[in-house]
Every structure is written in C-alpha cells, then in structure tokens.
Design a protein around this ligand. Structure first.
Ligand code: ADP
Ligand code: MG
Length: 867
C-alpha cells in the first residue's frame, strides 16, 4: 500500500520517497486494455450457448478499479483565509503523481491512474473517469462511477451538474446519458433509470419520495442485487433525463429539509439499465407463412444488459466523529455506517482478506458488484487545496490508494432473449390461426353463394317450363274448343238440311222440286265432307306441331335437369374441398402443437443449460445445433412415432451440406458438435452414401489431418469406421490417404476410445481383398500393432479383428493362387502378439485371434514360420 514516506528538503532539493508497492503501467484508457480481451473483432465474444457470459470465459476479464484524483480550485473563502499559505497538495499531472505536504520541507508522494488539476475541464474529467465505463456498459458489462471526498470538494459538481446555463459545466451523469443515447437504437434497445437516496440505512426513491423504504433483493442463485421496489423510468431522450435528474434533486433537497439532515450525509445513487439486442434482431421469426414454419426459424435474439451505477457518496469527513451533529449515538452510527462499511470492504479487498464484510451495510450490498465483482469501476476522489483540511485530504487520498488495489473480473451480461422468441411464436401462431379462419369463412361463403345461385337457376327453369307448358295447354284447348264448336255448328247446319228432306211428298211438282233439292243437298254434303277433311288435315298438322313443341320443351327440360345435376356435382366438389381444408386445418393445429412442445423443450433445455452454468458447469451446446440434437434425440427415443417422418426431414431442412460445412467452422465447439452429428448419421447405413456423396468423407479425413482436438479425432475416426464398412467407401478412404492419417492419429492418441475407433476403421479396411498390398505398404498393419500399447480390451479386440480380417484375405488369396510367399502379417511382426494373446481372457480378443491363427495355418506359412 502507498503510505506516507519520508522526504526531506535539503540543500534546495526535494528528496521525495516514492512508495508504491507495485509496478505501474497505467493505461490512461483502461477500456483498450480490457476491452480487447472480451471482444473479438466482430464485437461479440461468445459461443452460441444459452447464457454466454458464463460460458467459455466464465472467470471473466481482470479489471482493476481505476482511481482518479481531482483538485477543486480555491473558493472565495479560501482565497482570503489561506492567502498566506500554500496548498496542502502539489499535483504533477504528467507523472500522474500527487504530493501531500507534511510541512514546509517534507511531503509524501502518491500515484493515481489520473491526476486532475483545478484547471481540468468537466469534459476532460468525463473522458478520463467515466467514458470507458459508459462504453463498457454499452458493450454489455456492468459499470460503476463513484465520487468520494470531503463535503464541498466537488463530488456533486463532478457527477451531478446539469449544466443547463453553461453546457461546458455538464457533469458525468448528463454526459453519460448523452453518449448512451447516441449509441443505442431505440427501436431495438431500451434505457431505463432509477434514482435513489440512501440515508441512515434507508433507501428512498428520489423519483417518488413517498416510496421511502425500498428493500434490496438478492437473487439467491446469481447473487445479483436489485431494487424491484424502485421506480424504473424509461428514457427516450436527453431532455426527459435531465428533467428526471432535476426532479430527483428537488426531492432530495425537500426530503433532507424535512428530515432535518444535510444532503452531504446521504448517498445519491443513479442506476441506468441499458438493454440491447445484439443479434438476430429480425431472425426470431421471419415472415414465413403457413406450414413452412419450422425449427430453423427458432433462433432467439441475444440481449446484453449493462447497468451503469453512478454514486454521489456522502461527505467522507467526520466518519469517526459521531454525535457531532446533535444525533444520538445510534443515529450517528447509522449515518456513518454505510460509508465506514465501504471503507472496511475496500480495505479487505485491497488486502485480499478472506472475509469481505459486504453485508454490513446497504451501500456495500448495493455496490457488491462494483468492488470485487464483475463491473468496471471508476472512482474519482475529490480534494480541496486548503491546508486547514489536510487531515481529511490525507484520509481521502488513502481511501483512493486502497481502492486502486481492488481487482474486479469483468463479465459480459449477455443472454438469449427467449421471451421475445416466445412472443414472436405466439404472434405467428395467432396469425396462422386467423388466416386459416379467414380462408375457411371465405370458402363457406363461396359455397353458400354457389348453392343459392344453382337453386335460383333451377327454380327459374322450372318456372319457365311450367309457364310454357300452361301456355301451350291453354292454346290447344282453345284451338280444340274452337274446332269442336265449328264442327257442332256444321252439324247443326247439316241436321237442319236433312230435316227438309224428311217432309212427305204431296204432288208431282213437289216431287220434282224435291228431286232437285236432293241433288243440291248431295253436292253440298260432298263439299261439307271435303271441308271437314281439310279441317281434319289442318288439325293433324297443328297437333304435329304441338307434339314437336312438346318434344322440344321436353328436351329443353332434360337439358336443364342435366345442368342442375352438374350444379349438384359442383356443390359436391366444393364440399370435398371444404373437407380437405378442414383436414389441412387439423394438420396445422397438430404442427402448432408440435411447435409448442418444441418451444417448451428448447426452453427447458435452455433452463437446464442455465442451471448447469449456474452450477459452474461448462458443458454447452451450440445454439444452432442445439435444436438439431434434441430432434435427433427425439427421433432416437421415439421410433415409429408419428413425427418421425418430419423429424427425419429435419436433416434435409438443415441440410447435410450445412452440417458438413460446420466441420470447417472456426469455432471448435461447433466443429465438435457437427462431427458428432455426422458420426450419428454415418451410423445409419441409409445415410452413408449421402454423406460420402456430399463430401463428408473428405471432410472427416481432413479433420484428422488438421485438428488437434482429441474429441474431434475420436468422433471423426468413429464416423470413418462406420463408413469403412462399405467396400466402395473403403477404396475411397484408401485413395484419399486415409490409412496414413489413421496411422498418425493412432500414434498421437492417448484416449483408449480414440484408439478403439481408429483400430475399428483399420480393421474394416483389413477385410478388403483388393486393398491388402496398399494397406500394408502404407503402414496399416504397423499402425494396428502399434495400438496394442494401450492395453484396453476394447482396443485389443479391434486390433485382433483387423488381424483376423487381414489373415482371412491372405489365406483366401493364397488358396486362389493369387498370392504366394510369406504372410505380410508375419512379415510386419504380428506373430509374437498373436501368440501371446491366443489365450487372452477377453473372449472377443481370443475369438478373433483364433480365427487369425486358423487363416494363417491355411495360408501354409504359419507352421513354417513357427519352425
Ligand atoms: P460536494 O458535493 O463534494 O459536497 P460540491 O460539488 O457541492 O461538493 O461543490 C462545492 C462547491 O464547490 C460548489 O459551489 C461547486 O460549484 C464548487 N466546485 C466544486 N468543484 C469545482 C470545480 N472543479 N471548479 C469550480 N467550482 C467547483
Ligand atoms: Mg454534494
């Protein structure tokens, strides 16, 4: 710790001792020293896990508390009262040093991260003290800016000046909000603010003074501290923020007047919550429609939640002078409790004590994350120049020196935004449902319209037909009646004529007259008959025409009936479509239910991941493949399930190509997960051809060559072993230098499971007659035998299987006469191991060795070599 050091002024020269107990290499902009670590060039340091801050760099990034000292210019009173005295301090800003005068000839020197003279502008103070913290908050870290010092030395001036009359005088709070507002996008990000006062261990809301007993709530899992009882006001522009500060100041003044306290005895705390969406702002749910909605759209956005805490502490003077203001001892203790507890915590942290008494006061509980926590913290200590306050100034300086020793571990506060993903899904579901209802309604209306139209047409045709029929009937009846009437008239006429003929003959004259009468009536009867004939003809013509008309009407009717029938069939068709739609709706509802359950599963997995991470575990699953794995699991657990087909499709949707491309990902975790997926797929015979066609085999071999990760080697070798069950693939593996790569992997591997996979792959290759020479030539047998150094029975079993396979091919070749001479196996030195393990306890090893021995014996070389 930098403590006072003896310095003497002799022979006109200062001899100041500089007691700084650690090497200093201060970076005037701490941001650069720390920020470069947590952030990659993309500005995002994370793997795609559930809770990122706790994933890879769980320990965080070291970030010491930075301390600047600021000297207030002499005020009017000091100019007069201290006119004859020198300031108690002398600043050397370029050396970042401060000398505290002990007396005229002796002084102590202290180093700070920044030394701000009485001429330092508010702008410079902001840039040096606060800006790096504000930038960290915007990047998703917590940040604290705090002022400590004796009353009247400029804490409020430094932090809280609104600077409305003179913008150059704006303090840190106002400038910080300006920077935050300039950097965020209010469409996707949000800023909210609480403003509080802590006095006598009571927290009061400065935005709502009636709310004056706010409890501190601690999350038992994460240890995060929050004040859910405080007003949280959303900020959208600078003006409303300044208004809010002014309101808070007014309430603070009023409250302190009422309580008969001085504002210098209370702590003012401003909390700014910045929530930012950093990725996938639009990806949570794209505008995909209908049943195209699938898992690939389930990608939650990531949110970063930085919290900036600005603390204007109570005056540091008189910490030990309780009772000086007429308070009772208890009151006085309470007044000073928080500040002295803060001093104790900082001492404990500076000295790396096991116990830090954080729980002793509300202030230290609230600042838990700021000192020894995960926040970037910047402290400005304010001092006055007056030699009369030398004691207070010295104690302030010592506080600052101790605070400089406190190390924090900065952690990114980043997490998946599952809430908005779920909200997005709900909206999409609502849309789907209402779209479906709308379609169904439209269909029903259309069917109703067509039905009424058809009915109208049918009744119109029926009406027309009836009218026409009635008209015809009336017309014929009339014609008929007329002709009957005519005939009757004719008949009456004729009867009258015949009546004359029946008169008795009275004389010759009468007789002759009668004779001539008879003649004429005969003539008229003939005429009558011919007229009747004509009438009859006409009648029959008319009848014919009527019959034709009736026929044409009948055919017209038949035609109408046909069109009615076709109308009916159209209705049937529409009914069918309606039924199909209903089925489709059911299907959609089914899909919706599946999506819901998938969402549930994802959420529960996320919870599980979070829990694991909370427990300090480091297991993680890359987000993109996360759902894929859970799908694969689902598929494996529920064979024959109705969803199987759609799950199987998942690979096609994600795309084998995409999975394979992940094998070359920069992110090693992603690579591991991708190679596991490929290995799982390769275990299914049906997938093997697809994998090889898509270049998977080449990628897997490349992983053996390029990766240094043993997990990757193990899984890739396992996948290759699976692929090597097929003869075509065996040739491909050999053709691509596979045996060499497997040999190197075998030579470097430690893990028995890796060796088992490699041995399995080589054993499969050993069973191919065509590859014997090449396999041996490229060191395959040697590699196989080399693996017996690992005595794991699983590895030995695979080695034995390889040898048996190879021996089988050799004996087959020798029987077919395609090979003569000594066994290549024996030439490569396999025999001693074979003999040694012929009685191995493990039955798989023994069985394979027995087989190998049989084949070698058949080969004929065996006995010979033994002799
Ligand atoms: P504190 O909050 O530490 O009690 P204040 O901020 O209220 O102190 O400052 C006390 C007085 O000193 C105020 O009148 C303020 O305007 C003035 N003052 C403080 N710092 C400076 C400075 N750097 N330059 C000019 N005046 C200052
Ligand atoms: Mg003040």
């Amino acid at each position: 710790m930098a403590t006072s050091g003896g310095g003497s002024y002799r022979n006109g020269t200062h001899r100041n001792s500089l007691k700084v107990d650690r090497p200093f290499s201060m970076n005037s902009n701490p941001k650069t020293s720390v920020k470069s670590k947590p952030l990659s060039s993309s500005g995002l340091r994370r793997s795609s896990t559930g809770s990122i801050g706790a994933a890879k760099d769980d320990a965080g990034v070291p970030g010491r508390v930075r301390v600047a000292v600021r000297l207030r210019p002499r005020n009017t009173e000091e100019l007069v009262a201290d006119a004859d005295f020198a300031d108690c301090v002398e600043l050397q800003p370029e050396l970042k040093r401060l000398k505290l005068r002990k007396n005229n000839w002796d002084s102590d020197t202290y180093e700070f991260d920044e030394v701000l003279t009485e001429f330092a502008s508010q702008k410079r103070v902001y840039e040096v003290v606060a800006k790096p913290v504000v930038e960290s908050v915007l990047d998703g870290y917590n940040g604290t800016i705090m002022a400590y010092g004796q009353t009247g030395t400029g804490k409020t001036y430094t932090l809280g000046r609104l600077g409305e009359e003179d913008t150059a005088a704006r303090g840190i709070m106002v400038r910080a909000m300006e920077d935050i507002l300039a950097d965020v996008s209010l469409e996707t990000d949000s800023i909210s603010v609480s403003y509080l006062q802590l006095y006598m261990e009571t927290i009061q809301d400065l935005l709502d003074p009636a709310n004056d007993n706010i409890p501190i709530v601690e999350d038992s899992k994460t240890g995060d501290v929050s004040l859910p009882g405080a007003n949280l006001v959303e900020i959208r522009d600078q003006k409303s923020f300044v208004e809010l500060l002014r309101l808070g100041e007014a309430h603070r003044f009023a409250a302190n007047t009422k309580l008969n306290t001085e504002s210098s005895r209370s702590h003012a705390i401003l909390m700014v919550h910045v929530k930012r969406s950093v990725k996938g702002k639009h990806s949570a749910l794209s505008s995909e429609k209908g049943s195209n909605l699938h898992m690939k759209t389930l990608r939650p956005a990531i949110v970063r939640k930085g919290k900036l805490v600005v603390v204007d502490l109570a005056g540091s003077e008189r910490i030990d002078k309780s009772g000086s203001e007429g308070h009772t001892l208890e009151e006085a203790k309470s007044i000073n409790l928080s500040l002295s507890a803060l001093g104790k915590c900082i001492n404990a942290l500076a000295e790396n004590s096991v116990h830090v008494p954080v729980r002793d006061s509300k202030l230290t509980r609230l600042l838990k994350d700021s000192f020894g926590g995960t926040a970037r913290t910047s402290l400005v200590i304010t001092i006055g120049p007056s030699p009369r306050h030398r004691g207070e100034t010295a104690s302030t300086i010592m506080f600052g020196q101790r605070a400089m020793k406190v190390e924090n571990m900065l952690k990114l506060k980043e997490e998946f935004d599952y809430k908005s993903l779920s909200r997005g899904l709900d909206i999409q579901l609502d849309k789907l449902i209402s779209e479906h209802e709308r379609q169904q309604k439209a269909f029903e209306n259309e069917i109703e319209r067509i039905t009424t139209e058809a009915q109208n047409r049918i009744s119109e045709v029926e009406r027309n037909y009836e009218d026409a029929l009635e008209e015809e009937r009336v017309k014929y009846q009339r014609d008929y009646m007329e002709s009957i009437k005519k005939l009757e008239e004719q008949l009456v006429k004729n009867q009258q004529k015949h009546g004359f003929e029946k008169v008795p003959v009275r004389s010759e004259d009468d007789c002759s007259a009668l004779t001539s009468n008879t003649e004429s009536s005969k003539i008229s009867a003939v005429e009558e008959v011919s007229e009747l004939k004509k009438l009859l003809q006409k009648e029959s013509l008319l009848r014919k025409a009527a019959e034709e008309e009736v026929n044409s009407l009948k055919s017209q009717l038949a035609q109408w009936k046909r069109s009615e029938a076709s109308g009916n069939s159209e209705i049937i068709k529409l009914r069918k479509m309606l039924e199909d739609e209903a089925l489709q709706k059911e299907k959609l509802e089914g899909e919706i239910a599946i999506l819901h359950s998938q969402l549930l599963q994802i959420s529960s997995e996320a919870d599980e991941t979070r829990r694991r991470l909370d427990r300090g575990g480091s297991g993680k699953v890359p987000g993109d493949l996360d759902s894929l794995f859970s799908q694969v699991k689902l598929q494996q657990q529920e064979p024959g399930n109705g969803e199987k087909a759609s799950v199987a499709k998942l690979f096609e949707q994600v795309g084998l190509q995409k999975i394979l491309s992940l094998l070359e990902s920069e992110d090693s975790d992603l690579r591991i997960h991708a190679v596991k997926v490929v290995a799982n797929l390769a275990a299914e015979e049906t997938n093997q051809e697809k994998i090889v066609e898509a270049g998977g085999l080449t990628s897997l071999l490349m992983l053996l060559r390029s990766s240094e990760n043993e997990t990757i080697h193990r899984v890739a070798a396992g996948a290759i072993a699976n692929l090597a069950m097929n003869e075509t693939n065996q040739e491909l593996i050999m053709g691509q230098g596979g045996i060499g790569l497997l040999s190197i992997t075998a030579a470097n591997a430690e893990d028995p499971q890796t060796l088992r996979m490699v041995a399995g792959a080589i054993a499969n290759l050993c069973g191919n007659d065509k590859l014997q020479m090449k396999l041996r030539g490229e060191g395959g047998i040697k590699a196989l035998l080399g693996m017996v150094r690992c005595r794991h029975p699983d590895v030995l079993a695979q080695v034995a299987r390889g040898i048996a396979n190879f021996a089988k091919c050799e004996s087959r070749a020798s029987m077919q006469g395609t090979k003569t001479g000594r066994s290549l196996l024996i030439e490569d030195g396999a025999l001693p191991w074979i003999v040694q393990n012929a009685n191995n306890e493990a039955s798989p090893i023994r069985r394979h060795i027995e087989l190998a021995l049989c084949h070698l014996a058949q080969h004929g070389m065996f006995l010979f070599s033994c002799l």
